[in-house]
Write a protein that binds this ligand. Structure first.
Ligand SMILES: [Zn+2]
Ligand SMILES: [Zn+2]
Ligand SMILES: [Zn+2]
Length: 159
């Protein structure tokens, strides 16, 4: 599984959800920090954020060799853990009225767009010929354009 470890402490996400944060990563042998979003573990979040006062702790609590973070992604209230729409891992972020299908990482949102727009199909049998659908959108009902047209013609002639 990708992003298997927290970039701050290097631990796997064993207990509880991750926190999606805005931050920056620094990769070995590179000098610059690359801004981005990533998941951190609840332990690292706890070190960097004081839940009692609602304030962020000192910078050094939010920075390690290869990663630093500034804030939880989103604008509104903190949401309860939701599963990533692509990989299913539960994570926490702040509410965002514009966001319908939250994903835990940029990679997962790319995956989600790709699977919505094509390639894998739905895995369900085609409603016209019964073959398993292995291409096209994740919600496709037909194995291809031939079957989709056939179904359409049938609907039209039955109407
Ligand atoms: Zn951590
Ligand atoms: Zn994900
Ligand atoms: Zn078909």
């Amino acid at each position: 599984m990708r992003n298997a470890n927290c970039p701050l402490c290097g631990d796997a996400f064993r207990e509880g959800p991750g926190y999606l944060v805005e931050g920056a990563r620094k990769f070995p042998k590179q000098r610059r920090w690359w801004p981005g979003r990533f998941l951190i573990c609840s332990g690292c979040y706890g070190f960097g954020y004081d839940a009692e006062t609602g304030t962020l702790n000192a910078d050094h609590m939010r920075e390690m060799d290869g990663a630093r973070w500034y804030r939880v992604v989103g604008r509104g209230e903190q949401m309860p853990p939701v599963p990533c729409a692509a990989c299913g891992r539960p994570f926490i972020r702040n509410a965002d009225p514009l966001l319908k299908r939250p994903t835990c990482s940029p990679t997962c949102s790319t995956d989600l767009t790709r699977s919505r727009n094509g390639n894998q199909g739905s895995g369900q049998p085609c409603e016209t010929c019964g073959e398993q659908i292995t291409t096209g959108r994740a919600d496709s009902r037909y194995c291809g354009s031939a079957c989709r047209q056939k179904a359409y013609r049938q609907r039209v002639s039955n109407a």
